[in-house]
Design a protein around this ligand. Structure first.
Ligand SMILES: [Zn+2]
Length: 336
């Protein structure tokens, strides 16, 4: 091979649409209105997936093919664990750089948080509501526990001081209480309550250490709570246990992307920090290669009326085609 090899990756899984009556158009019936293509997963990230493939089509149309191996990777589970991207690493696929066109508003991701998912199960002895003064209510206890988790979140946000790429962010660490279930019916004091939570961590922080800190924090709080002390809540890590990454400035891959972006859009490539999980971490942390996350303009990802700008998809397809041409080099396709 003459050129440098490349992984072009995209994830095909999407997040749930939520109540579909909150959408202008049905989430799984895509609609184009002006420059916007609406639909769950259109922006995050079928558009980028299409751009990866169309970039190769664009080169072929002008009689060129890449002079090095390109892996087109279509992965699952980006929204829950990152295990799809992780499998590409474990299977041994390696290249000199990776590009993932997530909807990043035509900017390059410089730093990205890690993410932990955890479930907390609160249990207690059910009683008749007339005994409620005893305070043995698992849902009330879960509320108190959420209060403690919010205090932990505030402390982790305060720890942004001195962290490059995070110090200037208002609220870089987000705790999401994503799901709450508990109790059986209105006239029994609930004996159980389960919380499904997600929290982020700074790049360079160990996911293992953060998980231990969470566990210790919850058990310490439980020991000092009248109800929780009798039956300590159990914590299970049931999804993401992923570390964040930083794209070190100055790599040749970033320079090539910057030139391709300027040629395709007429603007300088900007970089920024994102507070959500990205599969690029697999390539940055484990493949140890330049991992570029850069993709089209969008609105409403993970929300209602998710939409992607089609003009932007065309522009970033141009960027990717030019990036391939310079990074991998090109060869003429023999005409027969
Ligand atoms: Zn995504």
């Amino acid at each position: 091979e003459r050129g440098r090899s490349l992984i072009l990756q995209a994830h095909v899984d999407v997040v749930p649409p939520g109540p579909t009556d909150m959408w202008t158009h049905p989430p799984f019936a895509p609609v184009i209105d002006g420059d916007w293509l609406y639909g769950r997963g259109g922006a995050d990230m079928k558009a980028g997936h299409a751009a990866n493939i169309f970039a190769l089509d664009a080169l072929r149309r002008i009689g060129l093919k890449p002079a090095a191996t390109i892996y087109i990777q279509s992965v699952v589970e980006e929204e829950s664990t990152g295990n799809g991207a992780l499998m590409t690493h474990l299977r041994g696929y390696r290249a000199d750089a990776a590009l993932i066109p997530e909807p990043e508003d035509e900017k390059l991701v410089r730093a990205n948080v890690g993410v932990l998912w955890f479930q907390v199960q609160v249990r207690g002895v059910p009683v008749h509501v007339r005994e409620m003064g005893e305070g043995a209510n698992a849902i009330d206890a879960a509320y108190r526990l959420i209060g403690e988790l919010r205090r932990l979140e505030a402390e982790w946000n305060a720890a942004k001081t001195g962290r490059e790429h995070f110090e200037r962010e208002e609220h870089p660490i987000n705790l999401n209480i994503g799901r709450i279930e508990g109790g059986d019916w209105a006239s029994s004091v609930p004996a159980w309550c389960t919380l499904q939570c997600r929290i982020s961590i700074y790049p360079g922080q160990s996911a293992e250490a953060a998980a231990r800190e969470l566990e210790e924090r919850i058990s310490h709080f439980a020991r000092n709570d009248r109800f929780l002390a009798n039956l300590p809540p159990s914590v299970t890590f049931n999804g993401f246990r992923a570390e964040g990454y930083t794209l070190e400035p100055g790599s040749e891959a970033e320079k090539v992307l910057g030139r391709a972006h300027r040629a395709a859009t007429g603007a300088d490539l900007q970089s920024f920090m994102t507070a959500g999980y990205l599969d690029t971490r697999v390539h940055a942390l484990y493949d140890k290669i330049p991992a570029l996350c850069y993709g089209p303009y969008s609105q409403g990802i993970h929300a209602f009326d998710e939409r992607v700008s089609l003009a932007s998809v065309k522009r970033i397809t141009g960027t990717i085609a030019l990036f391939i041409a310079e990074w991998c080099g090109t060869e003429a396709i023999a005409l027969c």
